[in-house]
Design a protein around this ligand. Structure first.
Ligand code: ATP
Ligand code: MG
Length: 462
Protein backbone atom coordinates (compact mmCIF):
# COMPACT_ATOMS: atom_id res chain seq x y z
CA UNK A 1 0.00 0.00 0.00
CA UNK A 2 2.85 2.37 0.77
CA UNK A 3 4.84 1.92 -2.39
CA UNK A 4 2.10 3.24 -4.64
CA UNK A 5 2.83 6.68 -5.96
CA UNK A 6 -0.74 7.69 -6.68
CA UNK A 7 -3.41 7.44 -4.03
CA UNK A 8 -6.63 5.68 -4.90
CA UNK A 9 -10.09 7.06 -4.46
CA UNK A 10 -13.30 5.10 -4.62
CA UNK A 11 -16.36 7.19 -5.49
CA UNK A 12 -19.63 5.63 -4.44
CA UNK A 13 -22.78 7.26 -5.80
CA UNK A 14 -25.60 5.97 -7.96
CA UNK A 15 -25.85 9.22 -9.90
CA UNK A 16 -23.48 8.56 -12.76
CA UNK A 17 -23.21 12.17 -13.95
CA UNK A 18 -22.38 13.38 -10.50
CA UNK A 19 -19.82 10.63 -10.12
CA UNK A 20 -18.11 11.56 -13.34
CA UNK A 21 -17.84 15.22 -12.55
CA UNK A 22 -16.61 14.37 -9.06
CA UNK A 23 -14.02 12.03 -10.58
CA UNK A 24 -12.69 14.87 -12.72
CA UNK A 25 -12.17 17.00 -9.62
CA UNK A 26 -10.65 14.22 -7.57
CA UNK A 27 -8.30 13.18 -10.37
CA UNK A 28 -7.13 16.75 -10.64
CA UNK A 29 -5.89 16.41 -7.04
CA UNK A 30 -3.68 13.52 -8.06
CA UNK A 31 -5.89 10.56 -7.19
CA UNK A 32 -6.69 7.55 -9.30
CA UNK A 33 -10.45 7.11 -9.32
CA UNK A 34 -12.75 4.16 -9.45
CA UNK A 35 -16.53 4.34 -9.31
CA UNK A 36 -19.24 2.25 -7.70
CA UNK A 37 -22.96 2.79 -7.81
CA UNK A 38 -24.08 0.73 -4.86
CA UNK A 39 -22.84 -0.57 -1.52
CA UNK A 40 -22.33 -4.00 -3.05
CA UNK A 41 -20.15 -2.59 -5.81
CA UNK A 42 -18.30 -0.48 -3.28
CA UNK A 43 -17.45 -3.54 -1.22
CA UNK A 44 -16.16 -5.27 -4.30
CA UNK A 45 -14.05 -2.23 -5.19
CA UNK A 46 -12.64 -2.13 -1.67
CA UNK A 47 -11.71 -5.79 -1.81
CA UNK A 48 -10.07 -5.47 -5.18
CA UNK A 49 -7.97 -2.45 -4.76
CA UNK A 50 -7.61 -1.07 -1.26
CA UNK A 51 -8.61 2.56 -1.75
CA UNK A 52 -6.94 5.27 0.33
CA UNK A 53 -10.04 7.37 0.41
CA UNK A 54 -13.70 6.62 -0.16
CA UNK A 55 -16.21 9.31 -1.02
CA UNK A 56 -19.59 7.83 -0.37
CA UNK A 57 -23.12 9.13 -0.77
CA UNK A 58 -25.33 8.58 2.23
CA UNK A 59 -28.28 7.30 0.22
CA UNK A 60 -27.53 4.36 -2.01
CA UNK A 61 -29.96 2.01 -3.74
CA UNK A 62 -29.02 -0.93 -1.53
CA UNK A 63 -28.54 0.85 1.78
CA UNK A 64 -26.99 3.64 3.76
CA UNK A 65 -23.46 4.81 2.95
CA UNK A 66 -22.79 4.95 6.68
CA UNK A 67 -22.71 1.18 6.68
CA UNK A 68 -19.16 1.31 5.39
CA UNK A 69 -18.19 3.02 8.64
CA UNK A 70 -19.19 -0.07 10.55
CA UNK A 71 -16.24 -1.93 9.12
CA UNK A 72 -13.64 -0.95 11.69
CA UNK A 73 -10.76 -2.43 9.85
CA UNK A 74 -11.67 -0.48 6.75
CA UNK A 75 -11.92 2.75 8.72
CA UNK A 76 -8.49 2.09 10.18
CA UNK A 77 -6.88 1.87 6.80
CA UNK A 78 -8.66 4.48 4.72
CA UNK A 79 -10.43 7.80 5.01
CA UNK A 80 -14.13 7.87 4.47
CA UNK A 81 -15.72 11.11 3.36
CA UNK A 82 -19.50 11.12 3.29
CA UNK A 83 -21.46 13.12 0.77
CA UNK A 84 -24.89 14.27 1.73
CA UNK A 85 -27.43 15.55 -0.73
CA UNK A 86 -29.78 17.12 1.74
CA UNK A 87 -27.21 17.98 4.32
CA UNK A 88 -28.66 18.44 7.69
CA UNK A 89 -26.22 19.27 10.42
CA UNK A 90 -27.42 16.13 12.22
CA UNK A 91 -26.60 13.68 9.45
CA UNK A 92 -23.14 15.15 9.06
CA UNK A 93 -22.56 15.03 12.80
CA UNK A 94 -23.82 11.49 12.88
CA UNK A 95 -21.30 10.51 10.21
CA UNK A 96 -18.44 12.18 12.09
CA UNK A 97 -19.47 10.41 15.27
CA UNK A 98 -19.35 7.12 13.50
CA UNK A 99 -15.84 7.70 12.25
CA UNK A 100 -16.07 9.54 8.94
CA UNK A 101 -13.06 11.77 8.33
CA UNK A 102 -15.18 14.60 6.99
CA UNK A 103 -18.29 15.35 4.98
CA UNK A 104 -19.16 17.11 1.74
CA UNK A 105 -22.48 18.50 0.67
CA UNK A 106 -23.95 18.51 -2.81
CA UNK A 107 -23.25 20.45 -4.93
CA UNK A 108 -19.61 19.85 -4.09
CA UNK A 109 -17.59 22.90 -3.20
CA UNK A 110 -14.27 22.55 -4.99
CA UNK A 111 -12.24 24.43 -2.42
CA UNK A 112 -13.54 22.24 0.35
CA UNK A 113 -12.94 19.07 -1.62
CA UNK A 114 -9.37 20.18 -2.23
CA UNK A 115 -8.76 20.82 1.47
CA UNK A 116 -10.27 17.50 2.43
CA UNK A 117 -8.17 15.56 -0.05
CA UNK A 118 -5.02 17.39 0.99
CA UNK A 119 -5.76 16.25 4.53
CA UNK A 120 -6.14 12.65 3.49
CA UNK A 121 -2.43 12.32 3.06
CA UNK A 122 -1.78 13.67 6.50
CA UNK A 123 -4.41 11.52 8.18
CA UNK A 124 -2.89 8.50 6.52
CA UNK A 125 0.25 8.86 8.57
CA UNK A 126 -1.86 9.53 11.65
CA UNK A 127 -3.74 6.31 11.07
CA UNK A 128 -0.46 4.50 10.84
CA UNK A 129 0.43 5.98 14.21
CA UNK A 130 -2.87 5.04 15.79
CA UNK A 131 -2.21 1.49 14.70
CA UNK A 132 1.09 1.58 16.61
CA UNK A 133 -0.70 2.99 19.64
CA UNK A 134 -3.11 0.08 19.45
CA UNK A 135 -0.20 -2.32 19.54
CA UNK A 136 1.29 -0.50 22.54
CA UNK A 137 -2.08 -0.75 24.21
CA UNK A 138 -2.17 -4.48 23.80
CA UNK A 139 1.42 -4.93 24.95
CA UNK A 140 2.03 -2.15 27.44
CA UNK A 141 -1.43 -0.96 28.45
CA UNK A 142 -0.70 2.54 27.17
CA UNK A 143 -2.35 4.80 24.67
CA UNK A 144 0.13 7.60 23.98
CA UNK A 145 0.74 9.21 27.35
CA UNK A 146 -2.39 7.66 28.80
CA UNK A 147 -1.95 4.61 30.96
CA UNK A 148 -4.72 2.09 31.56
CA UNK A 149 -6.17 -0.95 29.87
CA UNK A 150 -9.49 -1.42 31.65
CA UNK A 151 -12.59 -1.86 29.49
CA UNK A 152 -13.80 1.57 30.58
CA UNK A 153 -10.62 3.20 29.29
CA UNK A 154 -10.52 1.20 26.09
CA UNK A 155 -13.84 2.77 25.23
CA UNK A 156 -12.32 6.18 25.81
CA UNK A 157 -9.38 5.35 23.53
CA UNK A 158 -11.82 4.25 20.83
CA UNK A 159 -13.60 7.58 21.05
CA UNK A 160 -10.32 9.53 20.96
CA UNK A 161 -9.24 7.59 17.93
CA UNK A 162 -12.46 8.30 16.13
CA UNK A 163 -12.74 11.96 16.85
CA UNK A 164 -9.08 13.01 16.67
CA UNK A 165 -8.69 13.19 12.88
CA UNK A 166 -11.99 15.03 12.40
CA UNK A 167 -12.60 18.68 13.07
CA UNK A 168 -15.51 18.12 15.46
CA UNK A 169 -15.73 19.93 18.78
CA UNK A 170 -15.38 17.68 21.79
CA UNK A 171 -16.83 17.98 25.26
CA UNK A 172 -14.94 16.03 27.90
CA UNK A 173 -16.61 15.44 31.22
CA UNK A 174 -15.35 13.64 34.27
CA UNK A 175 -14.51 14.20 37.92
CA UNK A 176 -11.50 16.25 38.88
CA UNK A 177 -8.23 14.46 38.18
CA UNK A 178 -9.61 11.86 35.78
CA UNK A 179 -7.34 13.05 32.97
CA UNK A 180 -9.50 15.44 30.94
CA UNK A 181 -6.60 17.63 29.95
CA UNK A 182 -4.53 14.59 29.04
CA UNK A 183 -7.34 13.39 26.76
CA UNK A 184 -7.49 16.81 25.11
CA UNK A 185 -3.74 16.72 24.48
CA UNK A 186 -3.97 13.21 23.09
CA UNK A 187 -6.71 14.25 20.67
CA UNK A 188 -4.55 17.15 19.54
CA UNK A 189 -1.52 14.93 19.02
CA UNK A 190 -3.52 12.51 16.91
CA UNK A 191 -4.99 15.24 14.76
CA UNK A 192 -3.82 17.05 11.68
CA UNK A 193 -3.18 20.03 13.91
CA UNK A 194 -0.45 18.32 15.91
CA UNK A 195 2.31 20.59 14.55
CA UNK A 196 0.26 23.62 15.47
CA UNK A 197 -0.22 25.04 18.96
CA UNK A 198 -2.25 23.49 21.75
CA UNK A 199 -3.36 25.86 24.45
CA UNK A 200 -5.20 25.08 27.67
CA UNK A 201 -7.28 27.90 29.11
CA UNK A 202 -9.25 27.59 32.30
CA UNK A 203 -12.42 29.65 32.15
CA UNK A 204 -12.91 29.18 35.89
CA UNK A 205 -9.54 30.72 36.62
CA UNK A 206 -10.03 33.91 34.63
CA UNK A 207 -11.50 37.07 36.05
CA UNK A 208 -15.02 37.21 34.59
CA UNK A 209 -14.49 40.70 33.21
CA UNK A 210 -11.28 39.67 31.47
CA UNK A 211 -12.40 36.43 29.83
CA UNK A 212 -13.69 38.09 26.71
CA UNK A 213 -10.50 39.97 26.01
CA UNK A 214 -8.36 36.94 26.93
CA UNK A 215 -10.20 34.71 24.51
CA UNK A 216 -11.02 37.10 21.72
CA UNK A 217 -8.47 39.91 22.16
CA UNK A 218 -9.06 43.62 22.25
CA UNK A 219 -8.33 46.75 20.28
CA UNK A 220 -6.31 49.63 21.63
CA UNK A 221 -8.51 51.81 23.82
CA UNK A 222 -11.31 49.24 24.02
CA UNK A 223 -11.49 49.77 27.78
CA UNK A 224 -9.53 51.53 30.51
CA UNK A 225 -6.10 49.96 30.62
CA UNK A 226 -6.24 48.58 27.09
CA UNK A 227 -3.28 50.65 25.97
CA UNK A 228 -2.36 48.41 23.09
CA UNK A 229 -3.88 45.84 20.78
CA UNK A 230 -3.93 42.34 22.20
CA UNK A 231 -4.51 39.15 20.32
CA UNK A 232 -6.81 36.72 22.07
CA UNK A 233 -6.24 33.02 22.63
CA UNK A 234 -8.28 32.11 19.57
CA UNK A 235 -5.92 34.09 17.39
CA UNK A 236 -2.88 32.73 19.20
CA UNK A 237 -3.79 29.12 18.53
CA UNK A 238 -4.99 29.65 15.00
CA UNK A 239 -4.87 26.32 13.11
CA UNK A 240 -4.34 24.55 16.41
CA UNK A 241 -6.46 23.34 19.31
CA UNK A 242 -7.89 25.37 22.17
CA UNK A 243 -8.70 23.43 25.31
CA UNK A 244 -11.28 25.35 27.28
CA UNK A 245 -11.47 23.90 30.75
CA UNK A 246 -14.42 24.53 33.08
CA UNK A 247 -16.45 25.97 30.26
CA UNK A 248 -19.54 26.13 32.49
CA UNK A 249 -17.84 28.78 34.58
CA UNK A 250 -18.01 31.19 31.67
CA UNK A 251 -20.52 34.00 32.11
CA UNK A 252 -23.61 33.29 30.01
CA UNK A 253 -23.19 36.45 27.85
CA UNK A 254 -19.80 35.19 26.83
CA UNK A 255 -21.16 31.77 26.04
CA UNK A 256 -23.21 33.47 23.33
CA UNK A 257 -20.04 34.98 21.90
CA UNK A 258 -18.23 31.67 22.05
CA UNK A 259 -21.05 30.00 20.17
CA UNK A 260 -20.85 32.68 17.52
CA UNK A 261 -17.14 32.03 17.04
CA UNK A 262 -17.83 28.33 16.59
CA UNK A 263 -20.58 28.97 14.10
CA UNK A 264 -18.98 31.67 12.02
CA UNK A 265 -15.31 30.79 12.36
CA UNK A 266 -14.52 34.42 13.11
CA UNK A 267 -13.66 36.27 16.30
CA UNK A 268 -14.37 39.86 17.10
CA UNK A 269 -11.90 41.60 19.37
CA UNK A 270 -13.35 43.68 22.18
CA UNK A 271 -13.75 47.20 20.87
CA UNK A 272 -13.92 46.13 17.24
CA UNK A 273 -16.78 45.37 14.92
CA UNK A 274 -14.84 43.41 12.39
CA UNK A 275 -14.65 39.64 12.41
CA UNK A 276 -11.24 37.99 12.02
CA UNK A 277 -11.30 34.52 10.52
CA UNK A 278 -9.89 31.81 12.80
CA UNK A 279 -9.53 28.09 12.35
CA UNK A 280 -9.45 26.62 15.82
CA UNK A 281 -10.59 23.28 17.08
CA UNK A 282 -12.30 23.64 20.40
CA UNK A 283 -12.15 20.98 23.07
CA UNK A 284 -14.13 21.91 26.15
CA UNK A 285 -14.19 20.21 29.52
CA UNK A 286 -16.08 20.28 32.74
CA UNK A 287 -16.12 18.31 35.94
CA UNK A 288 -19.78 19.13 36.39
CA UNK A 289 -22.76 17.56 34.70
CA UNK A 290 -23.39 19.79 31.67
CA UNK A 291 -27.01 18.71 31.27
CA UNK A 292 -27.72 19.77 34.79
CA UNK A 293 -25.92 23.06 34.19
CA UNK A 294 -28.21 23.60 31.20
CA UNK A 295 -31.26 22.99 33.40
CA UNK A 296 -29.92 25.40 35.98
CA UNK A 297 -29.31 28.01 33.24
CA UNK A 298 -25.57 28.10 33.83
CA UNK A 299 -24.77 26.65 30.45
CA UNK A 300 -26.60 27.81 27.35
CA UNK A 301 -28.40 25.00 25.66
CA UNK A 302 -27.35 26.01 22.14
CA UNK A 303 -23.70 26.10 23.17
CA UNK A 304 -24.09 22.75 24.89
CA UNK A 305 -25.41 21.16 21.69
CA UNK A 306 -22.65 22.69 19.67
CA UNK A 307 -19.90 21.48 22.02
CA UNK A 308 -21.49 18.15 22.59
CA UNK A 309 -21.10 17.07 18.97
CA UNK A 310 -18.71 14.54 20.34
CA UNK A 311 -18.98 13.82 24.06
CA UNK A 312 -16.33 11.89 25.94
CA UNK A 313 -17.02 10.99 29.52
CA UNK A 314 -14.09 9.86 31.63
CA UNK A 315 -14.84 7.22 34.24
CA UNK A 316 -13.75 7.91 37.81
CA UNK A 317 -10.67 5.94 38.81
CA UNK A 318 -12.65 3.76 41.23
CA UNK A 319 -14.56 2.37 38.24
CA UNK A 320 -11.45 1.34 36.36
CA UNK A 321 -10.80 -1.89 38.25
CA UNK A 322 -7.32 -3.28 37.66
CA UNK A 323 -6.13 0.08 36.31
CA UNK A 324 -5.67 1.35 39.87
CA UNK A 325 -2.92 -1.16 40.52
CA UNK A 326 -1.58 -0.80 37.02
CA UNK A 327 -1.33 2.99 37.34
CA UNK A 328 0.18 2.68 40.81
CA UNK A 329 2.91 0.42 39.39
CA UNK A 330 3.41 2.81 36.51
CA UNK A 331 3.79 5.89 38.70
CA UNK A 332 6.08 4.01 41.07
CA UNK A 333 8.33 2.88 38.25
CA UNK A 334 8.51 6.49 37.11
CA UNK A 335 9.68 7.51 40.58
CA UNK A 336 12.14 4.62 40.70
CA UNK A 337 13.60 5.62 37.40
CA UNK A 338 13.88 9.25 38.35
CA UNK A 339 15.39 8.61 41.78
CA UNK A 340 17.36 5.50 40.81
CA UNK A 341 15.61 3.51 43.53
CA UNK A 342 13.96 0.09 43.55
CA UNK A 343 10.97 0.60 45.78
CA UNK A 344 8.04 -1.75 45.53
CA UNK A 345 4.54 -2.24 46.90
CA UNK A 346 3.75 -4.59 49.73
CA UNK A 347 0.88 -6.91 48.98
CA UNK A 348 -1.26 -5.25 51.62
CA UNK A 349 -0.54 -1.83 50.21
CA UNK A 350 -1.75 -2.95 46.81
CA UNK A 351 -4.93 -4.30 48.34
CA UNK A 352 -5.47 -1.02 50.12
CA UNK A 353 -4.93 0.95 46.93
CA UNK A 354 -7.62 -1.11 45.26
CA UNK A 355 -10.21 -0.53 47.97
CA UNK A 356 -9.73 3.20 48.44
CA UNK A 357 -12.35 5.32 46.59
CA UNK A 358 -9.90 7.87 45.07
CA UNK A 359 -12.07 11.00 45.13
CA UNK A 360 -9.19 12.92 43.53
CA UNK A 361 -8.82 10.21 40.89
CA UNK A 362 -5.61 9.72 38.92
CA UNK A 363 -4.10 12.94 40.21
CA UNK A 364 -4.61 11.82 43.78
CA UNK A 365 -3.16 8.39 43.01
CA UNK A 366 -0.11 9.91 41.38
CA UNK A 367 0.51 12.23 44.33
CA UNK A 368 -0.09 9.43 46.80
CA UNK A 369 2.42 7.21 45.05
CA UNK A 370 5.05 9.93 45.02
CA UNK A 371 4.55 10.74 48.67
CA UNK A 372 4.54 7.09 49.76
CA UNK A 373 7.64 6.35 47.72
CA UNK A 374 9.53 9.17 49.37
CA UNK A 375 8.54 7.97 52.83
CA UNK A 376 9.20 4.26 52.32
CA UNK A 377 12.53 2.46 52.45
CA UNK A 378 12.27 -0.56 50.20
CA UNK A 379 8.80 -1.88 50.51
CA UNK A 380 5.87 0.53 50.59
CA UNK A 381 3.59 -0.47 53.44
CA UNK A 382 -0.14 0.11 53.75
CA UNK A 383 0.34 2.63 56.58
CA UNK A 384 1.64 5.14 54.05
CA UNK A 385 -1.59 5.10 52.10
CA UNK A 386 -4.89 6.89 52.68
CA UNK A 387 -7.63 4.78 54.19
CA UNK A 388 -11.03 4.11 52.68
CA UNK A 389 -14.17 5.78 53.95
CA UNK A 390 -14.14 9.51 54.55
CA UNK A 391 -11.10 10.58 52.60
CA UNK A 392 -10.44 13.78 54.44
CA UNK A 393 -11.57 14.94 57.84
CA UNK A 394 -13.05 18.32 57.10
CA UNK A 395 -12.64 19.36 60.68
CA UNK A 396 -10.77 17.86 63.58
CA UNK A 397 -7.76 15.69 63.15
CA UNK A 398 -6.33 16.65 59.76
CA UNK A 399 -2.78 18.01 59.58
CA UNK A 400 -2.40 21.37 61.28
CA UNK A 401 -0.89 24.63 60.31
CA UNK A 402 1.02 26.96 62.62
CA UNK A 403 0.59 30.65 62.20
CA UNK A 404 2.55 33.03 64.37
CA UNK A 405 0.94 36.12 65.79
CA UNK A 406 2.26 38.89 63.63
CA UNK A 407 1.49 37.08 60.39
CA UNK A 408 -0.73 39.05 58.07
CA UNK A 409 -4.20 37.73 57.34
CA UNK A 410 -3.33 37.52 53.67
CA UNK A 411 -0.34 35.34 54.43
CA UNK A 412 -2.31 33.12 56.80
CA UNK A 413 -4.97 32.76 54.15
CA UNK A 414 -2.40 31.89 51.53
CA UNK A 415 -0.90 29.16 53.66
CA UNK A 416 -4.26 27.73 54.59
CA UNK A 417 -5.44 27.64 50.99
CA UNK A 418 -2.26 25.98 49.76
CA UNK A 419 -2.21 23.47 52.62
CA UNK A 420 -5.83 22.55 52.03
CA UNK A 421 -5.23 22.11 48.32
CA UNK A 422 -2.28 19.90 49.06
CA UNK A 423 -4.39 17.80 51.37
CA UNK A 424 -7.10 17.24 48.74
CA UNK A 425 -4.59 16.66 45.97
CA UNK A 426 -5.33 19.84 44.13
CA UNK A 427 -9.07 19.27 43.89
CA UNK A 428 -10.12 22.89 43.89
CA UNK A 429 -13.77 22.12 44.29
CA UNK A 430 -13.24 20.13 47.47
CA UNK A 431 -10.80 22.66 48.82
CA UNK A 432 -13.39 25.39 48.24
CA UNK A 433 -16.04 23.37 50.07
CA UNK A 434 -13.78 22.79 53.03
CA UNK A 435 -12.69 26.42 53.22
CA UNK A 436 -16.21 27.71 52.65
CA UNK A 437 -15.23 29.89 49.70
CA UNK A 438 -16.02 29.72 45.99
CA UNK A 439 -13.95 27.80 43.49
CA UNK A 440 -13.48 31.04 41.66
CA UNK A 441 -11.89 32.63 44.73
CA UNK A 442 -9.43 29.74 44.88
CA UNK A 443 -8.47 30.31 41.28
CA UNK A 444 -8.15 34.02 41.76
CA UNK A 445 -5.94 33.56 44.80
CA UNK A 446 -3.77 31.04 42.98
CA UNK A 447 -3.32 33.51 40.16
CA UNK A 448 -2.19 36.13 42.62
CA UNK A 449 0.21 33.75 44.40
CA UNK A 450 1.60 32.55 41.16
CA UNK A 451 2.17 36.08 39.95
CA UNK A 452 3.85 37.06 43.22
CA UNK A 453 6.38 34.22 43.09
CA UNK A 454 6.08 30.65 41.98
CA UNK A 455 5.39 29.25 45.40
CA UNK A 456 2.49 27.12 44.34
CA UNK A 457 3.57 23.54 44.91
CA UNK A 458 3.55 21.04 42.09
CA UNK A 459 0.76 19.07 43.60
CA UNK A 460 -1.55 22.02 43.10
CA UNK A 461 -0.50 23.09 39.65
CA UNK A 462 -1.14 20.18 37.37
N1 ATP B 1 -4.71 7.60 32.21
C1 ATP B 1 -3.69 8.30 32.74
N2 ATP B 1 -2.43 7.85 32.63
C2 ATP B 1 -1.39 8.54 33.16
N3 ATP B 1 -1.51 9.71 33.80
C3 ATP B 1 -2.74 10.22 33.94
C4 ATP B 1 -3.90 9.56 33.41
N4 ATP B 1 -4.98 10.29 33.70
C5 ATP B 1 -4.53 11.37 34.37
N5 ATP B 1 -3.20 11.34 34.52
C6 ATP B 1 -2.36 12.33 35.22
O1 ATP B 1 -3.12 12.79 36.34
C7 ATP B 1 -3.01 14.20 36.50
C8 ATP B 1 -4.38 14.84 36.38
O2 ATP B 1 -4.84 14.76 35.03
P1 ATP B 1 -5.58 15.97 34.30
O3 ATP B 1 -4.96 17.27 34.66
O4 ATP B 1 -5.65 15.64 32.85
O5 ATP B 1 -7.01 15.84 34.99
P2 ATP B 1 -8.32 16.73 34.83
O6 ATP B 1 -9.44 15.80 34.63
O7 ATP B 1 -8.08 17.77 33.78
O8 ATP B 1 -8.45 17.39 36.27
P3 ATP B 1 -9.22 18.78 36.72
O9 ATP B 1 -10.70 18.51 36.59
O10 ATP B 1 -8.83 18.95 38.13
O11 ATP B 1 -8.75 19.86 35.81
C9 ATP B 1 -2.01 14.66 35.46
O12 ATP B 1 -0.72 14.65 36.04
C10 ATP B 1 -2.11 13.59 34.39
O13 ATP B 1 -0.92 13.50 33.64
MG1 MG C 1 -8.08 19.90 33.96
Amino acid sequence: MNDRTRLRALLVDDDEDFRESLATLVEREGFECRGANSLAEARQGIAEEEPDVILVDLQLPDGDGLELLRDEELCARCDIIVITGNATFESAVDALRQGATDYLTKPVDRGRLKTILANVLRTRSLKEEVRHLREDLRELGRFGRMVGRSGAMQKVYDLIERVAPTSASVLITGESGTGKELVAETIHLLSKRRQKPFLAVNAGALQPNLIESELFGHEKGAFTGADRVRRGHFEEVNHGTLFLDEVIEMPVELQVKLLRVLETGTVIRVGSSEGLPVDVRLIAASNRDPQRAVKESQLREDLYYRLNVFPISLPPLRERGEDIEFLAEHFLSEVNEREATRKRWSRRALAKLASYPWPGNVRELKNTVERAAILADEEIGEELLPSGGAPLPVTGDGPSLQVRVGTSLAEAERRLILATLREVNGDKKRAAEILGISVKTIYNRLNVYEAAESLVPDTVEE
